[in-house]
Ligand binder design. Structure first.
Ligand code: ADP
Length: 300
């Protein structure tokens, strides 16, 4: 593997030349219509969450969705193998949603088929005493994916401008400057070769109600339900405001937010797969050169 000598080297795309090009090139590419859907979900500055419908289907057909998801997941798996082999860059997926918004479902459905050695998933709950005694980014920074890895934050540093703001766990003088700290943090990650992809699963109030009721009524689902979920539900409007501000303030060219329709699970999963696939296709990771010319080498 070519040693990395400076952080800036990490962002230089690796060009494969000569006779090996055809063998190494990643062939399938996402159709243009899918790229348009990804662009429609991307947050650009002036965000109004009401412009993003939780039950949007992008004219996709449910009957065909399972097959399409399979195609995208296969592509993601191949690209992830390349990312892992290349070992120069990383991807961080930030997953944020209201309770019952489908974060776990996305991890189960879209990240299936990926080599487990190449993925890390970390769920962030209420900070421990030790975590709370550090700056808010400390516990997140240490969990960021190393080179070659796709890391998932199931909840994330954004809770510091969501739950902490909405439940008034910290004063406005504390949470307001955090948007800038988050932008700087993510810029530092990007500069060091980590692509940051941020997904807000946009579930509706009505659908959240149905899912919470399901959890209450289904014995096998009850473990997912916390009484506190009902308190959070009462704060729905305040959470929407906090989400809107967070997404507006921190969606940057290098670390964009995407608002993913959250109500139909099949749309949500397919949409996330398209975003991840496009991100990886744009990274275009390459297998590294063999350490020597292997032409004609025979194993004896
Ligand atoms: P999830 O709801 O993600 O499936 P849990 O039921 O374990 O997982 O809930 C995690 C809880 O931790 C959430 O209620 C969330 O608001 C809370 N939490 C996460 N980060 C923070 C934070 N920085 N400060 C306070 N609470 C937090």
């Amino acid at each position: 593997m070519t040693p990395v000598t400076a952080e800036s080297d990490l962002t230089i795309p690796i060009r494969v030349t000569g006779s090996r090009t055809a063998r190494r090139r990643y062939v399938p590419t996402m159709p243009a219509s899918d790229s348009e859907v990804v662009a429609a979900m991307r947050v650009n500055g002036a965000l109004d969450l009401d412009d993003h419908q939780p039950d949007e289907t992008f004219e996709w057909q449910k009957a065909a969705a399972k097959n399409q998801l399979g195609v995208d997941v296969d592509a993601i798996a191949e690209l992830q193998t390349r990312l892992f082999a290349e070992r120069r860059r990383a991807v961080l997926i930030v997953l944020q949603a209201m309770d019952a918004g489908g974060k776990d479902g996305v991890i189960r459905s879209v990240l299936t088929g990926i080599n487990p050695a190449g993925i890390t998933v970390h769920s962030f709950g209420v900070p421990t005493e030790e975590e709370a005694e550090h700056d808010f980014l400390w516990r997140h920074h240490v969990r960021c994916p190393r080179r070659g890895i796709i890391g998932v934050f199931n909840r994330s540093h954004y809770e510091a401008v969501l739950v902490e703001r909405v439940k008034e766990l910290v004063a406005p003088e504390v949470w307001r400057p955090r948007y800038a700290h988050i932008r700087d943090f993510e810029r530092a990650l990007t500069g060091a070769g980590t692509t940051v992809v941020k997904l807000h699963l946009n579930v509706s109030y009505e659908e959240q109600g149905r899912r919470l009721q399901d959890r209450i009524d289904t014995p096998e689902e009850q473990w997912k339900f916390r009484l506190g979920d009902l308190d959070d539900r009462k704060l729905w409007t305040a959470y929407r405001e906090a989400y809107t501000d967070a997404l507006r303030e921190t969606s940057t060219a290098d670390a964009a937010w995407y608002v993913v329709p959250g109500d139909p699970k099949w749309v949500r999963n397919l949409a996330v797969a398209k975003i991840l696939r496009q991100t990886l296709e744009q990274l275009d990771p390459q297998y590294p050169e063999p350490e020597a010319d292997l032409t004609g080498l025979k194993v004896t």
